[in-house]
Design a protein around this ligand. Structure first.
Ligand code: NAP
Length: 344
């Protein structure tokens, strides 16, 4: 495969609004270091992390704006890539050239992969896939064998990986009744499918206009996000990515000893906790962000077996990154928005 010296890349030039994202049509194509591969990006999904990082939402009381170390601008965002290995660095078998891969978004320290403090996210700590080519550690490029398209395959990584991690941390098992918030979105829709695949009962919190589609993906019941979820409880597990004003009701919807797992707070990060609900009901609260390495390998198997189906709402060419992100934040769709680089 020929790798040109320059490529198209969308650069995040600073924290800010959409104009902080600038398309460069002659950005230097990255070279692989030892243990790394160059991937030709065929498709790349959009995530809330891209928006949150751009606007500096992760800052918690300081002026850093990033979720970890301050970002080094310009950076290329985009963690969820499907593409083909175009080049390999020293120490990576040459046979990997031509391999179809998807990317595990979490870059771990090779010496201490379980040390969460040493993990970084593609598109934040290293450059990502809003570009024709990207470089990642070879272990982050997972070979995948399926007839799904590149756009479909790009829809899984962050959303389905997070959903799987949440269900594993929440020990969701056969027969469990699981309440899933944000169920029409990326994480939520894959959480619905995975809950069903594990023999448990997914109950989905979503906008009524999206409910029939969410049921098609496996939800046994749906409830409007303004309604009281305790009416459909008690639940063994709540998998939450929304938080916000309804949060106290999510805890109250759990059975005694139930598990609450959280990976996001799109409805608002500051919530009111009545400690009596927590301790008198023997509840377990679990935060989930960085997935264990084994989770992504399990996800690839679930994709290959067809246990979960891709959920792509719309595609955009790379050049229309502003339109794509505008559509993404409107939230008037079900599933994922994906940049189609092969087709653009
Ligand atoms: N920790 C991690 O590693 C990780 C990974 C992925 C995502 N996240 C976080 O998890 C959250 C959800 O991510 P996602 O990718 O699944 O999101 P998404 O695709 O944008 O979907 C979020 C859904 O939440 C619902 N929602 C409820 N209240 C909302 C509000 N106030 N504003 C907007 N939407 C609201 C919407 O569904 P209805 O219209 O149907 O109510 C929307 O479809 C985000 O905060 C994201 O940053 C964290």
């Amino acid at each position: 495969m020929t790798v040109p010296p320059t490529m198209r890349a969308v650069l995040l030039t600073r924290h800010g609004e959409l104009d902080a994202l600038v398309l460069d049509s002659a950005w230097p194509t990255p070279q692989p270091g030892p243990g790394e591969v160059v991937i030709r990006v065929d498709a790349c999904a959009i995530n809330n992390t891209d928006i949150n990082t751009r606007v500096g939402w992760y800052a918690q009381g300081d002026d850093n704006g990033a979720w970890g170390e301050p970002l080094k601008f310009p950076i290329i965002q985009g963690a969820d890539v499907c593409g083909v290995v175009a080049q390999v660095g020293e120490g990576v078998p040459h046979e990997r050239v031509g391999e179809r891969v998807i990317t595990d978004p979490w870059v771990r320290d090779p010496v201490a992969p379980d040390d969460l403090d040493r993990a970084g996210y593609i598109g934040s700590e290293i450059n990502g896939g809003y570009a024709d080519f990207m470089v990642v550690p070879a272990i982050n490029a997972h070979g995948v064998s399926t007839r799904l398209s590149a756009v479909q395959l790009a829809s899984f990584a962050t959303s389905a990986g997070t959903a799987l991690d949440m269900l594993r941390r929440g020990k969701v098992g056969s027969g469990d009744r699981v309440l899933i918030t944000g169920a029409s979105g990326g994480v939520g829709l894959y959480a619905v499918q995975l809950t069903k695949a594990f023999g448990a009962e997914p109950v989905a919190v979503c906008d009524p206009t999206k409910a029939s589609l969410v049921r098609e993906f496996g939800a046994v019941e749906t409830i409007d996000r303004a309604a009281d979820p305790t009416e459909l409880g008690p639940f063994d597990v709540v998998a939450d990515v929304v938080g916000g004003p309804q949060w106290p009701l999510l805890l109250r919807a759990l059975r005694r000893g139930g598990r609450y797992v959280v990976s996001g707070a799109i409805g608002g990060p500051l919530v009111e906790l009545d400690l009596r609900t927590l301790y008198l009901q023997d509840l377990v609260l679990i935060g989930a962000t960085i997935t264990q390495p084994a989770v992504f390998a399990e996800l690839v198997k679930l994709i290959e077996s067809g246990a979960i189906k891709p959920a792509v709402a719309a595609t955009f060419p790379l050049e229309q990154i502003h339109d794509a992100q505008r559509r993404f934040v409107e939230k008037n769709f079900v599933g994922k928005i994906v940049l189609d680089l092969a087709g653009s």
